[in-house]
Design a protein around this ligand. Sequence first.
Ligand SMILES: *Cc1c(COP(=O)(O)O)cnc(C)c1O
Length: 463
Amino acid sequence: MHTLDHRLARRVFDECLRQLSLDEVPLKTGGDRERLVEKLAGLIKPGGNDPEAVLSVFLRDIAPAIIACDTPRFMAFVSCVPSKTSILIDVLVSCFALHGISWLEAAGPVAAENQALRVLADAAGLPASAGGCFVSGGSSGNLSALLVARDTGLSRRGGHGTRPKVAVTADTHSSVGKALHLLGMEPLLVPTPDHRMTAQALRQTLARERHSNDVVAVVATAGTTNAGLLDDLAGIAGVARQEGLWMHVDAAYGGAGIFAPSVRELFNGVEQADSLVIDPHKWLFSPFDCAALLYRDPPTAQAVHTQRASYLDAIHDDDGDVWNPSDYAYHLTRRSRGLPLWFGLAVHGTDGYRDGIENTLTMARYAADRINATEGLTLVCEPELSVVLFRRDQWGCDDYDSWSDRLLAEQIAFVLPTTWQGEPVARLCFVHPDTTKQLVDEVIATIDPAQDADHVRRHEHAH
Ligand SMILES: *Cc1c(COP(=O)(O)O)cnc(C)c1O
């Protein structure tokens, strides 16, 4: 098991090269349950199999049974578009079995990860003392940060409640609601007429709250997942400072925007965050699964998260020189998942990231312009980041669903409708830096009423 099979290695590396050399990754359509059950049946058995046979199950039946995220045609959810460089270093992270639990065991990888975190912290404008670790995703980042907010919050605020509260909006990501549930906290909903939390709305909500000392934190979103909108970070930071609230900024999707001059202003105030989450696996061209979790004052987080046990004494030598990523989130064992981002930043420079992000923003604005110029299509709101929401006159849920199905079936794009103020709307999310105007045109043409009419006319003519 631990002896290298050179033939298998060659085969696997050839496949890696073949995949990485594709000009465009095919989108594909997902998997068929029965087929997968049949292909997998009995595969794992006491005597094992010829590796070639298992590899071909992987290549023929498993890997293709997906909708590929690393293509510009994937415009649903928030895709993951790892750069070639970041994928290559990820291979090395696996080959070297690089972990990143503690300084003792992984000083090199931790130092490199911290350099990447430093770049993010600097771009956000956080103080030089800021630091943290990479976790598996925005969800675990939010959970870890809110635990620190909870454990330090009641004492800071002089609250007595057994169920501390956290100010959120209806557009706060679902993972925050789940984190609050796990942590025994409750959401305090701040109303947002235009889907953005403002200082005034936060202040009024706090004023109405009877046990306002039980409110320990506010979660500000920098780039809502549904629409890519930003809360008023600077205003919220002002209230948070005044009231002694922990300010957590969930920038899992939108955080990459701190590198883009055209939208950087929207992030003003992020530098005042007590904790900040940015997912490099979303819009910073890193492979799964990678989220950066930063704290303004890492010792506060360390005091909450450090695990103490006899078998861990060795990693906490407490001379102040060590940095253990395991001390800054609820995790212990972890791979050094921040290295692909570190490598990419070092190779392409922050300018490379800036250009990639700016291109997706340009494509979002281009799509918005095209929608504005198309009769029968209406933009729901001007895009702030790289999400575009729009509706087509007279369309209901079923129309959007069949549009989505058709585009996937024809391999034009993977798009999914969402809802906006209770109504179904079309949603395009751009995170692939190679998205072109031509592709945007191609997708808009599929929902342009005039082109429908042409389509019908051509169709009738043909008959
Ligand atoms: C995607 C997202 C999350 C969750 O991140 P995962 O990496 O999927 O766990 C949290 N918050 C926001 C705003 C997001 O867009």
